[in-house]
Every structure is written in C-alpha cells, then in structure tokens.
Design a protein around this ligand. Sequence first.
Ligand SMILES: NC(=O)C1=CN([C@@H]2O[C@H](COP(=O)(O)OP(=O)(O)OC[C@H]3O[C@@H](n4cnc5c(N)ncnc54)[C@H](OP(=O)(O)O)[C@@H]3O)[C@@H](O)[C@H]2O)C=CC1
Ligand SMILES: N[C@@H](CCC(=O)OP(=O)(O)O)C(=O)O
Length: 421
Amino acid sequence: MNTIDIKSYMQSVGQEARAASRLVAKADTAAKNRALTAMAQAIRRDEALLLAANAKDLDNARAKGLEASMIDRLTLSAKGVATMAEGLLQIAALADPVGEISGLNYRPSGIQVGKMRVPLGVIGIIYEARPNVTADAAGLCLKAGNAAILRGGSEAIHSNQAIAACVKEGLRSAGLPESAVQVIETTDRAAVGELITMKDFVDVIVPRGGKGLIERIANEARIPVIKHLDGVCHVYIDDQADFDKAIRIADNAKTQRYGTCNTMETLLIHEGIVEKILPALSKIYFDKGVELRGDAAARGIVAQIKEATEQDWYEEYLAPILSIRVVDGLDQAIDHITKYGSQHTDAIVTENYTHARRFLREVDSSSVMVNTTTRFADGFEYGLGAEIGISTDKIHARGPVGLEGLTSQKFIVLGDGQLRQ
Ligand SMILES: NC(=O)C1=CN([C@@H]2O[C@H](COP(=O)(O)OP(=O)(O)OC[C@H]3O[C@@H](n4cnc5c(N)ncnc54)[C@H](OP(=O)(O)O)[C@@H]3O)[C@@H](O)[C@H]2O)C=CC1
Ligand SMILES: N[C@@H](CCC(=O)OP(=O)(O)O)C(=O)O
C-alpha cells in the first residue's frame, strides 16, 4: 500500500469501527458472551492453522536475528493457543460492566443522581509482537462494549491475522458486526500515524511498548492516550527482611520470566544484610545464567559481578541481566527508584511494618508491593480476569487495565417532574 492507500484504508477502518461501536455499545450481555464463546471455539478448532501462521512469523523473526525475549513473546505453542481460548471464556464469565448503575441517591430537590458505566467507544491499541494480546484485547474491548482497532507488532502479522479470522467468525456467529474488532492488515507504520490522529473515529489510544513508540505518540497523537510503558522494576531487600523470603522473591522477580514488563531489572539491597544475602543470591542467579552488574559495594562482596554503569540503572533489560546496588537504607532505596524507575511496579521485602508502610506511601508506581514478587503485576493475578496491559499513566486507569479501565461512568439523573428553583 502507498501512503494515499494507507490513509484511505485507515479512514475506512475508522468509519467502520465508529459504526460498529454504536452497535456493540448496546449489544446485550448474552450476545457478547456468545461471540466470545464462538471465538474461543474457533481458536481451538483452528489450532493447527494458528500454529502454522505463527511458525511463519517465527521463521521470519529468526531470519532477522531477533532477540530471545522477542522470540519468547512471539511464540505460540499448543498450550498458548488453549490459554488464549480459555482467556476468552474467562472474559465471557466476567460480569458485564456496561450499564451498571451505582451511587443512586435522592437529592433534596427530589431528583435521583447516580452513575452508569458506559463504553469508551473506539479503542486503538498498538502493542508488541505478542499474538495472545490480539485475542485478549479483542475479548476485553468487546465485553466492555467497545469497538477495537488493533495494531500488533509487525513480526506477528501472520499470527494476528489468523487470530483475527477467529475473532470475526465469533462476532458474525453472534450477530455482531465483524468490524467491532479490526486487526490492521498492513505493517507499515504510516498506519499508526493515521490511527493516532483519526479523532473523529477513535476515542482512546492504548500504546503498549517501549520508548520509541511513546515518543511518536507523545509528538503526534491527537487523541487521549493511556500509556502502557516499559517496566524498570525494582525489588528492595531491607535490612529487616526475612532471609528466605527475600531469596525466593528476588529469584522469582528476575528469573520466572525474563521478557515481561513486570520483571525486576534492578535489585537494591540494604548494606546491613548484603554480606549475608548477596553470595547466596548470586549463586542462584549464576546457576541460571543471569549476568550481574553491580556497584562497587556489591562487587566487593561477589567478585564475578561486572561493573554497572550509570546507564544500567535506567535499563529495562528484558533479558537474563540484573543490576544490583547496595543502599544505606529505605530513603536511598526510594530515592533510587524515584530517579531511575519507570513508575511501573516496585517491591520491598521487609518484616518492618513502618518501612513497609513508608514504601507503599512514597513509591509512586502503578503497583507497589510488600513481601512479594513484581511478577504478580498482572490483570489475571489481580482478579480482573485478563488485562489490556499495565497502564503507567496516572489518570483514567493505572496499573493492570481490565474491563473497568475500558469503560467510564456518566451521570444519570432520574426525576418525576421536579424543576430547579
Ligand atoms: N506496560 C505494559 O503493559 C507493557 C509494556 N511493554 C513494553 O514494551 C516493550 C517491548 O516491546 P517492543 O516490541 O520492544 O516494543 P516497541 O515499542 O518496539 O513496539 C511495540 C509496538 O509499537 C510499534 N512501534 C514502535 N515504535 C513505533 C513508531 N515509531 N511508530 C509506529 N509504531 C511503532 C511496534 O511496531 P513495529 O512492529 O513496526 O515495530 C509495535 O507494534 C518493553 O519496553 C515492555 O516493557 C510491553 C508490553 C506490556
Ligand atoms: N502482565 C503480563 C505481562 C504483560 C507484559 O509484560 O507483556 P510483555 O512486556 O510483552 O511481555 C504477565 O505478567 O505475564
């Protein structure tokens, strides 16, 4: 497609999405659930097709020499296909947020004032090359009564188009418009430029990605944005931490999965406990092939730790690399997180109640945790059913975004002929 074709293609995607959004906003819960169930059935039935499409994407990705974390995200296994279908069924089982009325109270004038939960309209989502996001985002947007325009990472184009066919089949079979979920068919980034400026057709943009994407969105978007940015996540081991808990948490936060945005990238350790804990922790990391980069104090204790540069503290490795800094207390830990973190997810390990409370209050991240792993920052783990991603923005939705984050509330007023005096 040339530039003119992309513009007109995106205009038509936008127009269709706007028209579909009006229909899905008023669709009843049963129809939306039928569509979600049919999508799940189509995905299960088409497992072989989806895996073949994914194999094509993986071949291309390997030929391009993509990093291990990218390949990990991109890979769909049979289990991954089953999980995607299961996710759609779980979304079907969630309560429908649309139309929920809350806080309806009588005013002295006799009117009743309350709030009704309503869809946002058309949501444009730009995300990494992770095929399951296509199904999750389609399902969540539909259940929340929105139309979605999905632009996944270009490496996943074949997988995404195969999933899109199952999504469309599900919509069709439930009598809902197919254009309620549209997966953009071109990998040309000019389509992203169009999507983020089509203010007549798109109500909200959700960008999930790294700094390059966000920079473009910040410069060009003409539509409200809910940013889902990178995770420079920290675990701080306090001097009053339980030794075994600290070891298990620091291990899990780094090594349970390297490529996700909620993986720990920097470990902060109190100087009062570092000599005891760092040798044991380093052994665990080295045994799992994790490269450690530390400050002088950490390297003074474990000689195999490489030297960390200033840039390391800002780094989201998404890989088996961890930076380690020794701090003199809670204040220095919080200062470090404030300076180098990305306001995504940070955790403290401590048995000290006051330190835990201060950490919760003073660390300004979308999830702040006590005595557990940053890997828990996830919509499913938080009980939201699934997630669009983890918002690193502060307004509208913060942290894992599920159905509620894809809706807003309007005031409703019920009267019986009352007039304002
Ligand atoms: N907070 C959260 O919920 C999440 C955050 N992330 C973050 O995303 C990053 C990893 O994903 P990665 O794939 O590397 O992210 P990228 O930002 O490179 O890519 C994400 C998406 O944005 C597109 N994109 C990137 N730059 C531009 C641009 N200048 N113009 C138009 N489109 C663009 C990509 O398209 P193309 O395919 O053309 O490159 C892709 O669709 C990490 O930083 C991770 O933490 C990831 C998932 C969830
Ligand atoms: N919340 C999800 C991860 C979302 C996420 O990080 O995506 P990505 O950065 O593409 O791996 C989880 O905990 O597995």
